[in-house]
Structure formats: C-alpha cells, structure tokens
Design a protein around this ligand. Structure first.
Ligand code: KPL
Length: 317
C-alpha cells in the first residue's frame, strides 16, 4: 500500500523520550498526529512551543504539535501509540477502554507482563505490541534527541495469520518517516529478546551511571553482561523461548547502536521516577521462580536498582 494513499490519524500517548521522538518524526513527514501527555503543563508547553528534534545528523528540526492532557480524555484515532512506561499503565488503561472498536492500540513498553493487562481493558484484536530499539533522550518537555537507530517491530502478541490493516498501514507510515519498521506475525518472541537486552543494559547503565556504549568498553562489564545473559536465557528457555548465541550478538549490537544513549532506566533514576525494573529483571526473577531456574544475579540487580531508586527519591529535580 503506497503511503500517499494512507490517511490515518495517530494519537501518541506519553510525552517522554519515545513519545516525543515518534510524534516529531511522524509530524515532520506530514502525518496527522496529536500528542496526549500526563500533565497539563507539558501539553500547554507543547501546544505553545511545538517539539524540537535533535537529529542523528546533528541538525535540529522543529514542528508544531496539537497536545492535550490525558485527563481531558483521548481524542479519536485510528491508532494510539502508547509510549508510556509500564509503571504508568494503571493510570492510562482505563481511558483506552472507551476507544471505538475500530481503533487499534500499539503498546511500546519495555519489559513483560503488560500483554495480560491490556487484554483486561481492550478486545484482543485491538491490542498490538512493539519491540522498539530506537534510542532517544528527552532534553526537556518539548525537546528530544535521537540518539541511535534501531528497529521497530509491530504485531499481535501471539501468531495471527492475517496482518491487521491499520497496523500494517502504520508500518508504511513509520518507514516513510525514517523509522525502520516491520510487521511481524507475533511479537512475543521479539519481546523476550528485547527483555534480555533491557535486563542487561538498563540496570547496569543505571547503577554505573554510564551511557549504553560504555558497557562494551571494559572486559568486566562484558563478562557481567554475558553471565546475566546466560541466567536470563535459561529462564527464557524454560518458558519455551529458545535463546541462541545470535541473541547475545543482538544484545551487543543494540548496545553498540545506542552507544550514546542514556538508557530509560538511568533517565528515570536521574529524574527521580519509578523505573521499569520490576517488569524487566523482576519479571525474569518471577518466571525463574515459577520454572525452577535460579536467578541470583538478576535478583541482586533488581534489589540494587530498587535501593538506588529509594536513595534518590525525594532529592528530586
Ligand atoms: O530500550 C532501551 C532503553 O533504554 O530502555 C535501549 C534499547 C536499551 C536503549 O537505551
């Protein structure tokens, strides 16, 4: 389907790094996008000032954007891009319950456990999931830096033979807007692999306070990542996801491609926000318990990140 013929209205929910990046690039390519934020202040600022995007090539681009706060409700859309963290889902999901049956929701969360929560509020055929490895950093409520290229995989959680027309059309729009996007028959296997990457990169960068690429600069951190990978792979394997050597190479590649990125977990800690560690390392620990796979290293990381979050809490920006 050529993108010129695709007319769809998109609503991005979430004014964090991923939400701002997607909204800006889609708008700059001429697509119809509104941005819903969790706070009044950010919505007002975005409507007044637009979004400034710092591109990978060093250029800055600016776009106007229509924005409103979540509490006003959700505008109608063909597709909602849900770019909030796992920890914010409780607040957002009840709003999605009211969307028309023809609308689709694309969940861009890291970690696992959200699939079940989505299906409590929406029909299964409305829920789509993404595995996104694009790097972005929010510089201010109206400014975002694109810090690394990645791949956006979109699809239903479990295998569905026929592609959903709305999500397939969005894949075209995303590619036209400079993202590398693909439609997959099922996202679950990719979500597991992304979980592995996040379970290694995010807590280590958050604890050491370093950009992603620095993890590859020392043999000690590489060895630590490798051991964490093997522990996580055993859990994945016992949950029916066959993890292979090339999946380790993929984690290293994500780290390299987003080398300048400040991981979302480190960004959260710096902003004194809750992190997604429970949905990432916590999920691995829980699945390890359920399947009889020991996860001492992920458990230690989980505790260390929760402790660090507690230590910085209240000293906020
Ligand atoms: O998903 C990410 C995150 O920071 O949450 C990666 C891909 C690791 C980029 O930083």
């Amino acid at each position: 389907m050529p993108f010129q013929k695709i007319r769809m209205h998109l609503v991005v929910i979430g004014g964090g790094s991923v939400g701002l990046l997607y909204a800006a690039r889609l708008l700059l390519s001429g697509h119809s996008v509104e941005l819903v934020t969790r706070t009044h202040v950010q919505a007002k600022q975005l409507t007044a000032e637009g979004i400034t995007l710092h591109q990978l090539d060093g250029r800055q681009r600016h776009t106007a954007v229509r924005s409103q706060p979540l509490e006003v409700g959700l505008p109608e859309a063909d597709l909602y891009l849900l770019a909030v963290k796992q920890t914010d889902l409780d607040e957002i999901l009840p709003y999605l319950q009211r969307i028309p049956p023809r609308s689709r929701v694309l969940a861009l969360q890291n970690g696992m456990g959200h699939y079940e929560r989505f299906t409590e509020f929406l029909d299964r055929q409305q829920c789509f999931f993404a595995s996104n490895t694009e790097g972005a950093r929010r510089l201010s409520p109206v400014e975002v830096e694109h810090t690394g290229t990645g791949l956006l995989r979109i699809g239903p959680w479990d295998v569905q033979e026929n592609a959903d027309p709305t999500c397939a059309a969005f894949v075209e729009l995303a590619n036209h807007s400079g993202f590398q996007a693909v439609y997959e028959q099922a996202i679950k296997p990719f979500a597991w692999r992304k979980l592995l990457a996040n379970a290694l990169i995010n807590p280590l960068t958050a604890l050491f306070e370093i950009p992603n690429g620095m993890l590859l600069e020392s043999p000690y951190t590489i060895q630590l990542m490798r051991e964490l990978f093997e522990e996580a792979a055993s859990v994945a394997n016992s949950c029916g996801e066959k993890i292979e050597e090339r999946d380790w190479q993929e984690v290293v590649k994500i780290c390299r491609n987003t080398s300048r990125n400040i991981s979302s977990m480190l960004q959260d800690i710096r902003r004194r926000n809750q992190t997604e560690v429970n949905a990432i390392n916590g999920y691995l620990v829980q699945m390890g318990r359920e399947t009889g796979q020991p996860t001492p290293m992920h458990e230690t990381l989980l505790r260390a990140v929760l402790l660090k979050t507690d230590m910085v809490e209240g000293k906020g920006e």
